[in-house]
Design a protein around this ligand. Sequence first.
Ligand code: FUB
Ligand code: ZN
Length: 701
Amino acid sequence: MDERWQKSLPVSWKNVRFTGGFWKKRQEINEQVTLPAEYEQCKSSGRVDSVKCIYKPRENSGPGQGVFTIDGVLEENLAHGETVPRPHHYWDSDLAKWIEGASYALWYERNPETEAVIDGIIDDFGKLQMPDGYVNTYYTVVEPGKRWTNVHRMHELYCAGHLIEAAAAYYEATGKAKLLDIVERYADHIDRVFGPADHQIHGYPGHQEIELALVKLYRLTGKKKYLELAAYFLNERGKQPYFFEEEARQQGRDPEDGGPKGILGKSFLAQGPYALFQAHLPVREQMTAEGHAVRLAYMGAGMADVASETGDKSLWQACVRLWDNVTSKRMYITGGIGSQDGCERFNFDYQLPNEESYHETCASVAMVMWGFRMLQVAPDRRYGDVMERALYNGVLSGVSLSGDRFFYANHLAAHPEMFRDRIIRNPRMFPERQRWFAVSCCPMNLARLLESLGGYQYTKGKLDDGGQAVYVHLYQEGTADIRVRDKKVVIRQETDYPWQGDILVTVGTDLDGAWTLALRIPEWSGQPVLETEDAEVWEDRGYLYVRKDWSKNGHLHLSLPMQPVLMEAHPGVRMDCGKAAIQYGPLVYCVEEADNDADLFDCILTGDSRLEAGFEESLLGGICTIQAQGIRRNREQWKGRLYQPASRSYFEPVKLKAVPYYTWANRGTGAMTVWMNHIPGMDHGKVDGKYEDKADRGNVN
Ligand code: FUB
Ligand code: ZN
């Protein structure tokens, strides 16, 4: 159990600028293509107008009348002949996430048109706000009078959380407090409605998010009641009698009825009632990560935040326990989580299917958010490495290189044929990025994360001896403007990361005296080389601490050895037994049909497959590709048969080219796999003119 506490706080995204390199390019696409495309989708789907309250409920409309998705909620559409799109109960969150992402972009480059669009939506939210502070489109126009009657399912608190995050971003970017005023009044309302007193609802959200948002609001306003409310929501979860049942009974609903299709209710998961919502047990008693993946990771982020601010050790321990279960048994190599398509949830330990993976983009975003918050309590590379893994792989695969197409589910292997008949059932699963989804959480989540990524690079805190430390969690070309002991410090990183691991750090400051830069050394990098002068250097939990007077000599050079390696999964992951995946630095690779004429699923990487990395400027936006040699069976032997007796097969050599996983499916649909067959003890050298298995001859290496 991670007992050590070393609090640090994020260096604001406003103080960090990417000046070139990998993420700068992605941010430009995000600003120029993704955010505008998302706004257009919000407009044409009715989201933007929904805040204007133009929807009029038809008689008998409301829950129970529409088209249900797998998670049992109404799809947006003009179902049942309605003339105006019915606002979905989480449309507010989509707009809020868009405002958040667009606000970050405004800070980097003020754009009066975007600002006017945001102002317009904020004004509409302002008009929507009730005198008591309540703001929610759905309950204003679709089910008026029913607010706070189905907190279990209807996402009011989730939408509130996203509005708070949007308000914080808009305020910080523009200095304008009008959305912040709205959400403060709303948060005050929520604080009056929920709580331990008899007249209050003793409840908590069905979809976590507001917890971390309230901590953000607390940090921005200094008002402790927001932190206390966040803690209250976490501490209430799982208490008996179950709030979701009490709520249902009070509203005359049958608590045994899980809702449409009966999948979300009391007895759906073996782990206990309401495990899908992480409400089966009090958070401190939850031993494994169960249920809906995004909810769990947002909850973890909220727990870490609250623990960090309150010093609550038992909450922190519970948070570490969940983190450990996720990252040691239930996470993909891409850092993504939630392998089960039905209900977007965790599965049992090591159940990580590749072709059928759900692996929602939002869940990877949530892992970045959670990992970053873990780092703020305990700077340990096991959090930073996962954050980076999720970012470069699970998150980034969610958007096309062009910036206007998105994955909801991210598969780790695909053969397009197997998804053909799924198109009708669930476009989220199709292995081709889509322009939009009816439930469009992922595109928005991804855009707001990429735009605020600078805010995940550094934190600042005190060391045990009281000295100041600035932690460097991510490497990227750019500058950070930080205050240490109230003096300005400018940190500049020059690097071509993630394509190579050299990082030149220059610190510009006239702050006298020693303080510490702590650099994350990713586990994949083996032995790093650090060059610097006049410094005291030590290592702790995967961070290299460099303490010196930076005003005298502000340079260091960190070299993280970066080579392609074959990775294996724990033997418990039965889908990956006998397989290996290529990793290069933080990037996970895959082989795609577009580069390989071989049948990808029959290729075998052998013990002496050499992996060679080379940069290809003109491929997929400029990437390092990895070349590997392998073998495969000669298909002609099958002579049209489907099966034949096993015999020593003849192998033929095959050359494979792997590309970063995040770039897959940018050249049409085709087969792809991250995990390839791998026989470590097999040499693919030619024997007597044929390729055969040396291991058979006792020649295992
Ligand atoms: O329910 C809101 C969001 O939509 C969830 O976080 C996603 O998993 C998707 O269901
Ligand atoms: Zn999503």
